[in-house]
Write a protein that binds this ligand. Structure first.
Ligand SMILES: Cc1cc2nc3c(=O)[nH]c(=O)nc-3n(C[C@H](O)[C@H](O)[C@H](O)COP(=O)(O)O)c2cc1C
Length: 174
């Protein structure tokens, strides 16, 4: 069976080197729209996707993640010009699961749109810090939002990594 969507799901890889050039508005919109069509518990769509593109805020989010990593001066978003932050809200009946479903849609849509992306951890802890809460308030968002995941997004620099072989017992048919 040959199918473009299946090829995308099979071939997407985490990208850890990015060009500094910003992605287009059309590419961004295609990716985030796909995120909004992810399944959510009871169809509540309670997830919030925050697009960070201003160099000042990209640097602030990168710094916040490095702080949680306890590696000040490192760049956990690998220099990507766009960062997507995925939050759960109090409407999110299935909480972190909804955010994770949105996150995987975003990653696969990014690959389908010709972009590189990587899921970046520690979003929850970042927005528990006073600096994280301050950023939420600056963005006009409630500082009670709970971080689920974040994504580095941009044009890939260099080749994508080769995936590890899949575990032979990954799938069990009964
Ligand atoms: C919950 C979760 C957290 C992750 N956190 C990070 C991270 O902080 N930094 C990073 O470089 N990759 C992160 N990744 C990406 C994984 O390392 C990557 O998906 C895995 O190595 C498989 O590679 P692939 O995505 O190219 O198939 C994360 C992935 C998941 C699902």
């Amino acid at each position: 069976m040959k199918n473009e969507a299946l090829e995308v799901l099979r071939n997407r890889r985490s990208i850890r080197r990015y060009k500094s050039e910003q992605i287009t508005e059309a590419e961004l919109n295609a990716v985030v729209e796909a995120g909004t069509y992810a399944p959510t518990g009871k169809g509540t769509q309670g997830v919030k996707i925050v697009v960070v593109q201003s160099p000042e805020y990209v640097a602030a989010v990168d710094e916040l993640n490095a702080k949680i990593l306890n590696q000040p001066g490192s760049h956990p978003y690998y220099g990507a010009p766009t960062i997507l932050l995925i939050f759960e809200t109090d409407e999110c009946v299935t909480h972190v699961l909804d955010g994770a479903a949105v996150c995987t849609n975003l990653l696969n849509a990014a690959y389908a749109a010709g972009l590189g992306s990587c899921w970046i951890n520690r979003c929850k802890q970042m927005f528990e810090l006073p600096e994280g809460k301050e950023l939420l308030r600056e963005w006009g968002l409630p500082d009670t939002l709970t971080g689920v995941a974040s994504i580095a997004l941009g044009y890939a620099e260099g080749e994508a990594p080769t995936p590890k072989p899949r575990k032979p017992d990954y799938v069990v048919k009964v």
